[in-house]
Ligand binder design. Sequence first.
Ligand SMILES: [Zn+2]
Length: 363
Amino acid sequence: MRAWQLYGFGDMRLEELEDPRPGPGEALVRTRVVQPSVTEAMLAFGTETFGYETVRSALADGPARLFGHEYCAEIVALGEGVEGLAAGDRVADVAALPCMECALCLEGRSEDCRRGPHVGFEMPGCLSDVAVVPALGLVPVPDGVSDAQAACLQPACDCVAGVDAARLEGGETVAVIGQGPMGGYTLQLARAAGAGRVIAIDVRAESLATARELGADDCVDASDGDPVAAVLELTGGRGVDVAFESAGGAPSSGLGGHTTLDQAREMTRDTGRVVVLALLPGTPPFDMLAWRGRSIELLFPPLGSRSHLARAAALAADGALALDRYTSHSVDGLERVAEAFEITANKGRYGALGPCQVVVAGD
Ligand SMILES: [Zn+2]
């Protein structure tokens, strides 16, 4: 098989390796569509974001097969002891696997475990013709969901977990800060979970136009003035019940730093909820009294589990979740993976709304 290996930051190479065989509890899958996550694309070029130390230490031992957890693949063969899956099934994968050893896993709460390995980091993902992956992260893809859509299920399942964490009650008003793919999925999932008015916020006109197509009631262009003032005006001074933060991140990557976390609090009503979806780097300045004084809940949802992913897939099959609205760029052939990383790491320069997909194999 052909597989991509990372030799150093900014140095990926496609090589011929021996075909892997699935061991107990594993599946051999053939990659159909794979996309770099934005985090993976930044890491491949050495940006110090979430997972940087894992990648740096993997590279210290020589070339490493990293990344590729956002994919749609077809099961070729199963190792011993795998149930509920069959050869020929199309599948998607969760990013964070349970460890199956900790107290939570042993209590039967493996979906809450945060100690297991991450596909694409502690084990290879699908930047190869075929790959062996643990079966316990795999979820069958329904017929109505295309390969390209299914490759977006992993980031969408994190948003399902985020919307669950918000405990939305019918008709509540929601703001979503950041209208990249995560923000766009969250906006649709909040609507499906019973949100009333949904306010989308971004600094990019094209992202806000997409948000409006996906059902946002109001769009606030934060490049055009204070988004907090705009949201307070839209809500008659009350503020939203729930704000989702999906814009923050390293300013060196063109993201919003920590400012959007404070904005989320300021636009939320007293005793409302703020759900953090972004990976905020470093140590943000934290004004404890500003949160405590207004009894605002600051929530960090779990990562998406298999049940979250299955729900995202079902919503997509029902037409309630447009998964591929952010797939503006796509390339054909495994040999073009490095190009997809370049585009995904520099979305602004290429005019990409989300990750660049790689179509590896079709029917
Ligand atoms: Zn565990």
